[in-house]
Ligand binder design. Structure first.
Ligand code: MRU
Length: 336
């Protein structure tokens, strides 16, 4: 996998050999982005299957379930992670139920095949979302984008950035205002790097400049992804999304969340039930400016990694099965 902690300074690919290394890579954000961590976790299970020394299927399943629990515990907010892990474990269960004379090696293959299917389907899903979403983008638009939702955050193409990419490929002239996305700067480090690769014009803005650009009529759409969407259409996404959606609504600028249906969690009725990951305060305190830490010695910080944007602030949710319009509590169920 690409080490996303190094970009844009260095493009480094790391090779992981053990499932415990995948656990660490998701936790320390070597790999990040909801669909990307889902696919990574699935391949983590494929490594666990390979590493298991079990001779019978019961012991093998126990090894896999141990790894599955550890992978699922790495990051709590993005539901794609648990979705992908459960999908692989369920594929094993189905296969076991269907056939009676299965060897451990057969099960290893089931795990690998299902992981690869998750990865392949993710690319196709992204392309479909991008096709739907690009219909909402017009020639000459300036789009305000939050966090990183590009190829890095998925298996390939991207969610919200995938829409921008497809619109650009259709020949539409687009300018992107890239929220830097404090504290980990996924916008200025990753989204700007990706847009540069694709030749799409962009300008990085401080997160707190978004309101200015919205209020002065310089933005036609706000686009971001989702880490988990509740049954009523509340969207958990990178911290700062809520403030952005508020400012966009005040200025009647449409707000689009672009996410695969694997990000929709019908088991949570509304966003208040979505667990919000709180990360190390050092991510906030340790930022440097001109080579010096930005915070005084001994300062304390809070660092929620996500927030929830209530459904009333979302104009549409773009999925691979189509565009969902309000009322989301009714329409989301029809698309999943
Ligand atoms: O903490 P991160 O960088 O994993 O958060 C990622 C985001 O919030 C993305 O916007 C989200 O996963 C949706 S786009 C793939």
């Amino acid at each position: 996998m690409i080490d996303q902690r190094r970009l844009p300074a260095a493009f480094e690919v790391v090779t992981l050999h053990k499932w415990s290394e995948v656990v660490e890579a998701i936790r320390n954000m070597t790999v990040r982005g909801a669909p990307a961590i889902g696919a990574a976790a699935a391949f983590g299970l494929a490594l666990a299957a390979n590493e298991s020394g079990a001779h019978d299927t019961t012991a093998f399943l126990a090894d896999l379930e141990f790894a599955a629990a550890a992978l699922k515990a790495t990051r709590p907010t993005a539901v794609n992670l648990a979705w992908a892990v459960d999908r692989v474990v369920n594929a094993l269960g189905k296969d076991l139920a269907m056939k009676h004379s299965l060897e451990v090696d057969d099960l290893r293959q089931v795990v690998l095949d299902e992981s690869q299917r998750i990865a392949d389907e993710d690319v196709a899903t992204n392309k479909r979302m991008a096709e739907y979403g690009s219909n909402l983008i017009h020639d000459g638009d300036t789009i305000l984008h939050h966090c990183n939702t590009g190829a890095l955050a998925v298996v390939d193409w991207g969610t919200a950035l995938g829409v921008i990419r497809t619109a650009h490929e259709q020949g539409k002239h687009i300018n992107v205002l890239v929220d830097e996305t404090r504290p980990r700067l996924q916008g200025s480090r990753l989204t700007a790097w990706e847009l540069g690769q694709y030749g799409i014009p962009y300008e990085i803005i401080a997160d707190n400049a978004a309101g200015y650009f919205l209020r002065t009529g310089q933005v036609q759409e706000v686009l971001f992804g989702a880490d988990r969407i509740a049954a009523n259409g509340d969207v958990a996404n990178k911290i700062g999304t809520y403030m952005l959606a508020l400012a966009a609504n005040d200025n009647k600028v449409p707000v689009y969340s672009v996410a695969p249906t694997s990000s929709i969690d019908l088991s949570v009725a509304d966003g208040s039930l979505i667990p919000i990951e709180e990360r190390d305060p050092e991510e906030v305190l340790g930022l440097q400016f001109h080579g010096e830490r930005v915070s005084p010695e001994g300062a304390r910080a809070r660092n929620p990694a996500f927030d929830v944007t209530p459904n009333r602030l979302i104009s549409a949710i773009i999925t691979e099965n189509g565009i969902v319009m309000p009322p989301f509590d009714v329409n989301i169920k029809k698309i999943k």
